[in-house]
Design a protein around this ligand. Structure first.
Ligand code: GDP
Length: 139
């Protein structure tokens, strides 16, 4: 059975463009409730740990530089079929390939600065949520 939680970040480009509010509104309008939320800035080391699966990719340095270059919003979101529905809501990694109406199509600048993160599996949603939030920060 599909899980009911996913993890998201509003990435530095979207924060910089003042799009926290509009993105959270799209998330709420899609039926997600917020279980946990924080506004913070990652160090390059923390960004590297979060994206450790990509450490052999050629863009790893650029990715960790970018993700630690400004504040982000991190959140745990709850809804039935959370992971798959959220991937649909955010659209393709490359915003030029994302469908109309998706968060990345509307807000992302490029494949690197693509506005939001969304977990790609229930297992990763749990790992990523635990990376950012303690039990005391979940409601
Ligand atoms: P996602 O699951 O859709 O976020 O995509 P991936 O897991 O494949 O990649 C993780 C993140 O790495 C993406 O969201 C982008 O921010 C970044 N990324 C992916 N491909 C590229 C690329 O070709 N160049 C750069 N600079 N960043 C990339």
């Amino acid at each position: 059975m599909a899980g009911n939680k996913t993890f998201t970040m509003i990435k530095p480009d979207a924060v910089e463009m003042n799009n926290i509010g509009p993105i959270l509104a799209m998330i709420n309008n899609a039926g997600y409730k917020v279980e946990a939320l924080k506004y913070m800035k990652l160090t390059k080391e923390q960004a590297g740990l979060f994206y450790a699966v990509h450490k052999e990719r050629p863009f790893f340095g650029e990715l960790t530089e970018y993700m630690s270059g400004g504040p982000i919003v991190a959140a745990i979101l709850v809804k039935e079929n959370a992971v798959a529905d959220y991937r649909k809501l955010i659209g393709a990694t490359d915003p030029s390939k994302a469908e109309d109406g998706t968060i990345r199509k509307i807000f992302a600048k490029s494949i690197a600065a693509n506005a939001v993160h969304g977990s790609d599996s229930d297992e990763n949603a749990e790992i990523e949520s635990n990376f950012f939030f303690s039990q005391l920060e979940r409601f």
